[in-house]
Design a protein around this ligand. Structure first.
Ligand SMILES: C[S@@+](CC[C@H](N)C(=O)[O-])C[C@H]1O[C@@H](n2cnc3c(N)ncnc32)[C@H](O)[C@@H]1O
Length: 273
């Protein structure tokens, strides 16, 4: 859900390793965090749980189910808004994020709201927790589409969940990959293959260094990734754009949202066998 493109950056499509993805995205989120929180903080709510730019909340959708009394981990927690919501509902919410600056915003909101979310800096592909530590793991547009080794990340979620644990995550709806990331009419014409998984890469023109990466998985890829890690898919929510909602967030807009899905929320339970 990035919506910035500095002028000195060129866009490419090419394979990138996990190391390259992480080395780019950590510093990128550090640079972008202040603007991100200033632009979207009020929409997200300091202790609010929004699943995506359509504005649907966990209170409305109930994807996670009751979290009271449960150990809940948010991967790619940013400023911890969702985990703070979990805490207000009686869950023990914990955050993990790659970006130091995002976590500083989380601390700021801890102090401002009086609801603290214990959080750690880390990456989705190496969760710093013992096996079977959590009842619920979730990501609201956090981490997963920034990770190259996605099988490792999903495996890590399975490892830290207790048997029967719940995993839910929102990502850019896979069908969006076909369209230019443009909130206007131009964003309604398919220009590239849905099946082309080559990552989106931003490269700093002067230094040649990769400065931002996003990865694409099809709906089928997600289903197979979950099944391979012993998850049972229980829902795939495709939130509809609310008729009156007129907020633009990067490539998400009313113009596109009324016609095509922008967000996919996968919900799964651990343990199929
Ligand atoms: C779009 S933000 C979402 C944050 C929060 N859920 C929200 O709605 O504001 C994505 C977050 O994922 C984090 N992130 C990116 N790559 C990550 C990784 N490999 N491991 C953990 N977090 C990562 C970023 O630092 C950023 O805070």
């Amino acid at each position: 859900m990035e919506d910035h493109l500095p002028q000195s950056v060129r866009v490419e499509r090419r394979p990138v390793s996990e190391h390259e993805s992480r080395s780019a995205n950590g510093p990128d989120w550090d640079r972008y965090a202040d603007e991100y929180q200033a632009t979207h903080g009020a929409f997200l709510g300091d202790a609010g749980f929004v699943w995506g730019p359509e504005g649907h909340t966990e209170d409305e959708l109930g994807v996670l189910g009751d979290v009271a009394g449960l150990d809940v981990l948010e991967v790619g927690s940013g400023a911890g808004q969702c985990s703070r919501w979990v805490r207000t509902r009686g869950g023990r919410g914990f955050g993990l994020d790659l970006s130091h600056r995002q976590l500083q915003h989380s601390l700021r909101l801890d102090e401002e709201t009086g609801v603290a979310v214990p959080s750690v800096r880390g990456t989705a592909t190496a969760l710093p927790f013992r096996a079977r530590s959590f009842d619920v793991v979730f990501c609201s547009f956090g981490a997963l589409q920034f990770v190259s080794d996605i099988d490792v990340a999903v495996g890590e979620v399975a490892r830290v969940l207790r048997p029967g644990g719940r995993f839910a995550f929102s990502v850019t709806h896979p069908t969006r990959w076909m369209f230019p990331d443009d909130p206007g009419e131009a964003g309604l014409t398919a220009t590239q293959s849905y099946w082309d998984r080559t990552p989106y890469v931003e490269v700093d023109d002067e230094s040649g260094v990769v400065s931002y990466v996003e990865h694409h998985r099809t709906v089928g890829d997600w289903v197979r990734l979950l099944a391979a890690a012993d998850f049972r898919l229980v829902d795939l929510v495709e939130p509809e754009w609310p008729e009156q909602h007129d907020r633009v967030w990067g490539g998400w807009s009313r113009t596109r949202g009324l016609l095509t899905p922008g967000t996919a929320i996968f919900a799964a339970h651990l343990g199929t066998r």
